[in-house]
Design a protein around this ligand. Structure first.
Ligand code: CU
Length: 805
């Protein structure tokens, strides 16, 4: 970890006089500066075309030192080669005309999320990712894996019993997960198994550049456009033969050259070759990789679609079965690769599109297993606004172009190394658009729509409610709009954004009749469990500055009425009982290591598991295409676990889900009048530093009840381990769609000296429709994902030879 403090050259070195090496600390950027306007890549003529460059920057980072002290740190960052400024107000980033100088000024860049992507439902995404990371500043402290040295090491006794690949490692490898997209999960779609190593460098400059790949990328995108124009369900490309010859031969050359470098002990080409041999899509690339996929538009006005959803495809079944069941033998050290099967052949048309892309607030982030935490901590996240009828309906009420002027807010938890790596405890502070506690300006009495995305690698942000004088209504969750009734009925509610969640929030400012601006803090609790939601200290996430003057009137000052609110597309109809074609139970657990860690090594080395296993590349769940399933997502992590209860945020790629039942054995008992948890304050005086607690809804004996509304769970009778009558549950209709949902922690009790775990759970329903292939489910506390809390889902177009487990 020592190398993390190595001084690095500032990014803007070419435009500023050479600076003396930094002292240990530099002053951090001040809180309270206007929200940063993140540059955007905007689609035109139905295509989101652009270049995202992953590169090394020296940023002034707040690593939690006291006194607002920062250090210059090398970070990896997504940057747009040709971004444009967004339509909302705020600070103009460095590099743009009339840039706002951050206060205090610094020769080091301040952290900034990647470019915002803005497209429309139906568009084709055609993005080139360039990896131009200069690995020099990161040394062997992070890029050890590429040198065959396995897990990252630190001065703390990490990684202890963690084993490659389920450990922190190799973070200069790039890829992009388009979180919230319903699209092709394979090849050049939302494929998180792809790993792109940095371009080699010549005279200090990357050799793979926008210019060097332009011709082959242009050619690829032109062919891709033709292939995908036929049908929104086409999953193309299917094999490397579909890529331009120039790109394939250049990649082959670069990969082989990489392998000839004796410093790179982890060889890449043999892995790609083994995958090519069985017709699979290769995993490793160098310098450049294209994304080309459709954001499918559902065209029918009713659901289900008029044509049959279940394809009959015996020919495909035989073809794929012949491919399947083969075991890929991969070189040592690559046991995390897929061990079965290749890519599915495309399922033939005609069959209807069953679901479309939901218009809303989505996002993207780096997703290289083992490096996701470090990369997301570095700021390798960005917003992905997918526009559609939702925006049109809002603009019909608020005025043309209104949605494009509304502020975008990416919550970050920036840093350079995960807590578990350094052994340091406690979360990093929150930022919004890379900056601490920015200000958002509102007119007197105005209504704005805030598009919030929690891009933190760890913490949930629990919004306790609007500031005094404000009102708010949530209108979308995880990029999927709520029904008009759900939107209308949730005024001024507190809400939790777990890591990965998005919320669209209509916010109404108070009228400011004064002569000067008035400031109001939006407060959150930084949290990973119920107790922290209820009792953690309040912190200011951002400040709203309300301008003085006559109150805004008319629609601009009014929540869009329920009967004029955007209506949901037909495919968001509730998943009903009769649709359920299968069930699965998936158990998440933070579990004490087995074997036990070395003497003296305690809490940080808890193992993160799904169904008792860490990620090994094998298929965890198999589902037939175009069926719905109900899954019970169980959390056996309890108050007795190390390091305490954790509501692991469950995330699934490609298809959103509806939550139909929640059992939270540690749920707070809510005061019937205030609907808030009843807090038990710590004793006073408090010599043992006891923390505040809250009254639980569930108790384990009738004698333990102090309030009428409490429920009794019998630790010896599993049939009572479910929600009681007084525990509010998701409605039967108009259910909310999510793609991240925190699973309630379990409760550990001791009966007759025997420990009993009463697990928390939620049940969800999802339609696994339209696209076949392999993708992942994982905990969105990314340190858990990196350390093994992930597995692979496969949607197959035929009867599978696998058994469920
Ligand atoms: Cu977790």
């Amino acid at each position: 970890a020592a190398a993390l403090l190595t001084p690095v050259q500032p990014v803007q070195a070419q435009t500023k006089p050479p600076a003396p090496p930094p002292s240990q600390y530099i002053q951090c950027i001040n809180p309270g500066q206007p929200l940063l306007r993140i540059p955007e890549i905007v689609s035109a003529n139905g295509k989101l075309r652009g270049v995202i460059t992953l590169r090394t920057e020296a940023n002034r980072m707040n690593l939690g030192a006291t006194g607002n002290q920062c250090v210059a740190q090398p970070v990896r960052a997504f940057r747009a080669a040709h971004g444009t400024l967004p339509g909302y107000a705020g600070s103009i980033p460095v590099g743009f005309k009339d840039a706002t100088v951050p206060q205090p000024p610094s020769q080091y860049a301040d952290p900034m999320p990647g470019p915002t992507l803005r497209a429309r439902v139906g568009d084709l995404v055609q993005l080139t990712l360039l990896n131009q990371v200069d690995t020099g500043p990161f040394g062997d402290s992070i890029d050890r894996a590429e040198h065959g040295m396995g897990c990252d090491e630190s001065s703390a006794p990490y990684p202890s019993i963690d084993k490659f690949p389920d450990c922190f490692h190799g973070s200069s490898t790039g890829n992009i997960h388009y979180h919230g997209t319903h699209t092709n999960p394979t090849t050049t779609g939302d494929n998180v198994f792809i790993e792109i190593r940095p371009s080699p460098r010549k005279n200090g400059e990357p050799v793979v550049t926008e210019k060097s790949v332009r011709k082959s990328m242009d050619q690829f995108f032109a062919t891709c456009e033709k292939a995908l124009a036929k049908d929104p369900l086409v999953q193309w490309p299917f094999s490397w033969a579909d890529l331009p010859k120039s790109y394939v031969s250049e990649q082959t050359k670069l990969l082989k050259a990489y392998d000839r470098d004796r410093a790179n002990m982890q060889k890449l080409w043999p892995v790609d070759q083994a995958q090519l041999d069985i017709g699979a899509w290769p995993q490793y690339y160098i310098g450049a990789y294209p994304s080309c996929f459709r954001l499918p538009a559902y065209q029918e006005s009713t659901w289900p679609p008029t044509a049959p959803m279940i394809p009959a495809a015996p020919g495909i079944m035989a073809m794929a079965a012949a491919k399947f069941g083969k075991t890929i033998k991969l070189p040592a050290g690559h046991d995390h690769q897929m061990t079965k099967g290749g890519d599915m052949p495309p399922v033939p048309a005609p069959r209807p599109l069953v679901m479309g892309q939901s218009p809303g607030t989505h996002w993207y982030h780096a997703h290289k297993h083992g490096s996701t935490t470090i990369n997301v901590n570095n700021g390798m996240t960005g917003l992905f606004v997918i526009e559609g009828k939702y925006d049109d309906d809002l603009n019909a009420y608020y005025g043309a172009g209104w949605t494009r002027k509304q502020p975008l807010m990416q919550i970050n938890e920036l840093g350079v190394s995960p807590n578990l790596f350094t052994g340091k405890r406690g979360p990093l502070p929150f930022q919004v658009n890379g900056r601490p506690q920015p200000t958002v300006s509102m007119k007197s009495g105005e209504v704005q729509m805030w598009r919030l995305s929690n891009g933190a690698a760890r913490s949930g942000a629990y919004f306790v409610g609007p500031p005094t004088g404000f009102a708010w209504k949530q209108i979308a969750q995880d990029g999927v709009q709520l029904t008009p009734a759900n939107y209308w009925n949730n005024e001024n509610q507190p809400f939790l954004m777990s890591a990965g969640n998005r919320v669209d929030l209509l916010v109404k400012a108070p009228v400011n009749t004064g002569a000067t601006t008035q400031s109001f803090d939006v407060q959150v609790r930084q949290s990973v469990n119920d107790l922290e939601n209820a009792t953690n200290p309040l912190m200011t996430l951002l400040t709203v500055v309300v301008e003085p003057g006559p109150a805004v009137t008319g629609n601009a000052a009014t929540f869009v009425p329920q009967d004029q609110a955007p209506t949901q597309p037909p495919f968001l109809t509730d998943v009903i009982d009769s649709e359920i074609a299968g069930t699965q139970t998936i158990v998440f657990e933070s579990v004490a290591p087995n074997p036990a860690p070395p003497a003296g090594v305690k809490a940080p080395f808890t193992q993160q598991t799904i169904n008792g296993q860490k990620f090994d590349g094998n298929i965890g769940e198999v589902i037939l295409l175009n069926r719905a399933q109900e899954w019970k997502i169980v959390n056996r992590t309890t108050n007795a676990s190390q390091p305490g209860p954790i509501n692991h945020p469950f995330h699934i790629h490609i298809n959103p889900f509806q939550v139909v039942e929640i059992f939270d054995p540690q749920a707070p008992y809510l005061d019937p009048t205030t609907h808030k948890p009843v807090i038990i304050p710590p004793p006073s005086p408090n010599p043992k530093n006891v923390k505040a607690d809250y009254v639980r809804l569930y108790v384990t004996s009738a004698a333990a009840k102090t309030y009428d509304g409490q429920c009794v769970l019998d630790p010896l009778d599993e049939s009572t381990w479910k929600p009681c009558a007084g525990d509010p549950q998701p409605g039967k209709t108009g259910r909310i769609w999510w793609d991240v949902f925190g699973m309630p922690s379990g409760l550990s009790v001791t009966v007759d000296n025997k420990p009993i775990v009463i697990p928390g759970y939620f049940k969800m329903r999802s339609r696994f429709v339209d696209y076949t292939g392999q993708w992942v489910i994982h905990c969105h506390i990314l340190a858990h994902e990196d350390r093994g809390m992930m597995n692979v889902v496969e949607v197959v177009p035929f009867l599978t030879p696998y058994s469920h487990h």
